[in-house]
Design a protein around this ligand. Structure first.
Ligand code: P6P
Length: 356
């Protein structure tokens, strides 16, 4: 039975929308059905499966004994490992077994990369990921996320030291995150804009919800842990004093990078995790946190800086290297950078006069 020609084809529109799954969207983006395009589409589909499995586990975690809390172990970062961290890490490994797609996985939770022998050398991709970002939020049912980055595996990595990964973020093929919030959303880019999908539990599919997301050039939000105020360089303190004294700014900080980033992506503003005097490199990890998010933010028309250089230009010296990050709307990132540049000018011109 077809609706009369004069009526808007609502059924057709909603059906087409529900059929715009992630794997189809990747092929549309690439405008190709080549083997490489099919591989990337299939790879993104596996990441979506990981998101569904983790989302389902999180939604039950408060109901099933032994899913929350700590394992008692400490990871390579020196952080206490939560049961959910380990589960999510295993999920990403499992979804790529027997896939022929990903030969190697590098994770915040693993000291060295993990190889899936049956996928090597056919699968030339490496997946870098933070399986659960913001795990301090898990036990109190607040939002957490997974962050992922996809790179080509260059060479055979004979010694397993993954030296080919120690290259700038501009080598990324794709990047994105999954946000486990009131709904589960997957946001990704393969270098052709930023697009978000929302999980429809009744379908078990991620359905396109926002296409070609563009971050506003300026926004009211600054997102930073002000508890670290006295550990920051003077330039960052000067920026915080500025936003305290000027109308039109508001603070938002959830303690989970993915949620804070997602808010900035949609509403504009800036997220900062600066270095401190003791730890100039900051807390967040380059290869599977700041570089993938910098890739997304640049694709959305925003900016991502360490304060002195673009995050995507940073070349890591080790797998778990960290960088400071100032990321978000161009005007807001540049405002923070202006305080850093002013401070560096003062130090150069009158090193003994500059206030400490
Ligand atoms: P702090 C979570 O542990 C995390 O890695 C990010 O998700 C978050 O942005 C940051 O650390 C929070 O760190 O020092 O403010 O608690």
């Amino acid at each position: 039975m077809f609706a009369a020609a004069s009526e808007p084809q609502i059924t057709e529109i909603s059906l087409d929308r529900d059929c715009t799954t992630l794997s189809r969207h990747v092929l549309q983006q690439l405008q190709s059905f080549s083997p490489d395009a099919q591989d990337l589409s299939a790879l993104m589909n596996r990441i979506a499966l990981a998101g569904k499995l983790i989302s389902r586990h999180l939604s039950r975690s408060g109901l099933v004994e032994g899913m929350l809390g700590f394992t008692g172990g400490v990871n390579v970062q020196g952080e206490d490992v939560k049961r959910m961290d380990l589960y999510a890490n295993e999920v990403f490994i499992s979804v790529f077994k027997q896939s022929g797609l990903v030969c190697r996985l590098a994770s915040e939770e693993m000291d060295k990369p993990y190889y899936i022998p049956e996928n090597c050398p056919i699968g030339r991709y490496t997946l870098l990921y933070d399986p659960i970002d913001g795990s301090s939020n898990i036990d109190i049912n607040l939002n957490v996320g997974s962050i992922f980055s996809i790179r080509q595996q260059e060479g055979m990595d004979e010694d397993g030291e993954a030296k080919d990964l120690l290259q700038s973020g501009r080598k990324q093929i794709a990047a994105g995150y999954i946000l486990y919030g009131p709904s589960t959303m997957l946001v990704y880019s393969i270098g052709k804009g930023v697009h978000s999908f929302t999980l429809d539990p009744s379908l078990g599919e991620f359905i396109l919800s926002h296409e070609n997301i563009k971050v506003p050039r300026h926004g009211p939000i600054y997102s930073v842990n002000e508890g670290n105020f006295w550990q920051w360089e003077e330039s960052i303190r000067d920026y915080i004093r500025y936003v305290h004294r000027h109308e039109g700014y508001t603070a938002r900080y959830s303690g989970a990078l993915v949620g804070d980033f997602h808010r900035i992506l949609f509403q504009g503003g800036v997220f900062l995790y600066p270095g401190t005097v003791k730890k100039p490199e900051g807390k967040l990890r380059l290869l599977y946190e700041t570089a993938p998010l910098a890739f997304l933010m640049e694709q959305a028309g925003g900016k991502a800086s360490t304060g002195t250089e673009e995050v995507l230009d940073v070349v890591p010296d080790k797998l778990h290297a960290r960088t400071p990050i100032i990321i978000g709307s161009v005007e807001d990132v540049e405002l923070v950078e202006s305080f850093i540049q002013e401070r560096n000018r003062e130090l150069k011109e009158a090193p003994f006069m500059a206030k400490s």
